[in-house]
Design a protein around this ligand. Structure first.
Ligand SMILES: *Cc1c(COP(=O)(O)O)cnc(C)c1O
Length: 295
């Protein structure tokens, strides 16, 4: 499999020009944010390794990306989840469905005593051998090499196109991507908190780098949002983006990302390069939920 530079598109949204780094088009199967974070494992020597063990949500983008990785590397994937909703089991869709198609073993623990991570680390790993264990969403140090490649692609593009006043924007979950991007980029990285609040994101940054001067800039959200919940304005901006740019953005991170960006001063005062981090497979079920609620 070849891993190529993702394209950068120029779009107009609300009468402003924005550049879009299309990591959603990175590859047909191994794409988006999680492909960058798991890039390290793509080059990793799996000789003697029989399976990848990980855990998280049965709808997670990381589940799908790990299932692709396991397939490429010809190993099994055991992915532990705390619970799978009956509806999802009976109507597989999105990341869950595609991961199953790739042969993932999605294992439901159905226990509430301890966290899924603790359960896996204390009860599963000791009975396994010839595996590599990847923590939820991709462990920190391994994520850096793939994100550095993304940073290099952006730096080269900016140089070739004489774009020396760029600001980079991307919405954050754990903040790992934004932090390592800022580490390897000369331009300022702007982000917003989609999981937890700004204080949580700041804490995550400190865990990865104690030097605050190297942290991305967190733009405050106008309102408190809970990850995975439905908000009319998320759906509206998703449709507006689709209509104006013909690009489908993710409903969990990008809708909040764009709402945050357009209400900031940077949107009108700076040239922005927005990173499209994929996640589209998860949209199908979100759109159904939105249609049920608002149509
Ligand atoms: C995982 C993910 C993010 C968040 O990435 P972090 O490195 O955890 O901040 C953002 N967008 C999409 C589509 C993702 O899959």
């Amino acid at each position: 499999m070849k891993y190529i530079n993702s394209p950068i598109d120029t779009i107009n949204f609300k009468n402003h020009q924005v550049f879009i780094k299309r990591d959603d088009l990175l590859d047909k199967y191994f794409l988006g944010n999680k492909a960058r974070k798991f890039y390290y494992f793509l080059n990793y020597d799996f000789n003697g390794i029989k399976k990848i063990i990980s855990f998280g949500s049965p709808q997670a983008n990381s589940l799908y990306s790990l299932s692709v990785l396991a397939k490429i590397k010809n190993v099994k994937l055991d992915f532990y989840v705390s619970h799978i909703a009956t509806f999802l089991k009976q109507n597989p869709h999105g990341n869950y469905k595609e991961a199953l198609k790739n042969g993932a073993n999605i294992i439901e623990l159905n226990q509430n005593e301890i966290s899924t991570q603790e359960y896996v680390e204390e009860n599963i790993l000791k009975n396994e051998e010839h595996y590599i264990y990847i923590e939820e969403g991709g462990r920190v140090k391994e994520a850096e090499s793939g994100i550095k490649i993304l940073a290099d692609e952006i730096m080269n593009w900016a140089k070739d196109n004489d774009e020396n006043n760029l600001k980079i924007f991307l919405p954050s979950g754990t903040g790992t991507t934004a932090l390592f991007l800022q580490k390897h980029l000369d331009m300022e990285v702007l982000t917003c908190a989609c999981v937890g609040d700004e204080a949580y994101l700041k804490k995550q940054f400190f865990q990865l780098n104690s030097d605050e001067s190297k942290h991305p800039t967190i733009l405050k959200n106008k309102k408190k949002y809970h990850f995975g919940k439905l908000y009319k304005e998320f759906y509206d901006i998703h449709l507006e983006l689709l209509d104006e740019t013909q690009i489908e953005f993710d409903l969990l991170y990008d809708s909040l990302g764009w709402l945050n960006l357009i209400s900031s001063k940077y949107f009108t005062q700076n040239k922005i390069l927005y990173i499209h981090q994929g996640g589209i497979l998860g949209n199908e079920s979100m759109i159904k939920r939105y249609e049920n609620k608002y149509l």
